[in-house]
Design a protein around this ligand. Structure first.
Ligand code: PEP
Ligand code: MN
Length: 359
């Protein structure tokens, strides 16, 4: 990847660089970071003559050939200085809280609006709400386009940004056209590379953020980060990685809780980690403990299922959603752990974000 001396290349400089790499069968993908744009060489960038020609240009600082399966998301990438901002929170600076029902009930819009207002009052930064649902049972409720209007009305009423899951290109287009701020890629599509590519293409040049869940079948951490690289390499670096439990489940829990992989993820990538405790444990009574553990392990944020009346919610809510009041209490405890973790006396700086060379 090419690092210019200035934050951005001029059009003429970009044209020159593009021509040089084309001679070696490569193309340039611009990744627009908040601080510095970088220029990924798509193709084999290790050709010695290519490196010399690019580094010989007076406006180029250097050419990094990071040997990593996810070179843009790698902790050593120039993009590590990228600041992801969502819901008014700069990730890493303050604890991000996303909450809302598993599934928006199109027959009861007021339940979503009341949940949204109550969560806002309890301090949430962004709302979640499922419009289209990946259900294990084909006869279960599958979602409804009408719920998208309800989600956006909830956003309008509260002024909060919103998250919803997209499972295919049709969902993706509808969600982006409606103005959804954060697209969720669920655990079942976490390794659907053609969808990941489509999402990357669709959000390039936009402020849209992606919450990429971890695939439910345990795979190496590089597999998780590489899935995110599929999105980022189209130019928008705003991807958050979301551990949400894996299969097989731990008896008594819905999945095998995996918030403890947060420090491992952070050794390898600069991307923010937002843990979903709700799907991880699958029972509302365990959500608080799992959230606190996630923050202790170094998570930058939480994505929690919450409903003013979980028993009457759709999808997962009767089992795992917490009330807005429980969310408020949970956040108080998580904030205390965050403060402990990030206080000047904490060893976090030494512990997290140390690049490693093992891949
Ligand atoms: C959800 O967020 O409601 C959901 C279905 O998530 P996951 O993909 O993690 O199961
Ligand atoms: Mn759910």
């Amino acid at each position: 990847m090419i690092i210019p001396k200035n934050p951005k290349l001029t059009d003429a400089q970009l044209e020159e660089v593009t021509q040089i790499v084309a001679e070696f069968g490569c193309r340039i993908q611009v990744i627009e970071g908040a601080v510095q744009s970088i220029y990924a060489i798509v193709g084999d960038e290790r050709h010695e003559l290519l490196i010399n020609r690019i580094e010989g240009l007076e406006y180029i600082d250097r050419l990094d050939t990071i040997q990593s399966p996810h070179k843009l998301l790698d902790i050593r990438s120039e993009l590590k200085n990228h600041k992801t901002v969502f819901g008014g929170i700069e990730l890493g600076k303050k604890l991000l809280a996303i909450a809302g029902p598993c599934t928006i009930d199109p027959a009861n819009p007021n339940r979503f609006y009341e949940t949204a207002e109550a969560l806002k009052e309890a301090g949430v930064h962004a709302l979640r709400g499922g419009v289209w649902k990946p259900r294990t049972n084909p006869y279960s409720y599958q979602g409804d386009n009408k719920a998208l209007d309800i989600l956006m009305e909830g956003a309008r009423r509260t002024g909060l940004p919103v998250n919803t899951e997209v499972m295919d290109e049709e969902n993706l287009k509808l969600a982006l056209d409606a103005g959804v701020d954060m697209l969720q890629i669920g655990t079942r599509n976490a390794l659907n590379y053609s969808l990941l590519r489509k999402v990357g293409q669709a959000i390039a040049g936009k402020n849209t953020v992606v919450l990429l869940k971890r695939g439910r079948h345990i795979g190496p951490i590089n597999e998780f980060i590489s899935a995110a690289e599929y999105i980022v390499n189209f130019g928008n670096p705003n991807v958050m990685l979301c551990p949400r439990g894996t299969l097989p489940s731990l008896e008594g829990y819905r999945n095998h809780p995996d918030e403890s992989i947060t420090p491992l993820i952070k050794e390898k990538t600069w991307a923010p980690v937002v843990v979903d405790p709700s799907h991880s444990v699958g029972k509302s009574v365990y959500v608080e403990a799992c959230s606190m553990a996630a923050v202790a392990y170094g998570a930058d944020g939480l994505c929690i299922e919450a409903n003013i009346d979980p028993t009457r919610g759709l999808g997962d809510d009767p089992k795992q959603a917490i009330t807005p009041e429980a969310f408020r209490q949970l956040m108080k405890k998580c904030q205390a752990i965050w403060n402990l973790r990030t206080s000047p006396e904490s060893s976090e700086q030494a512990f997290f974000r140390q690049p490693i060379d093992r891949y």
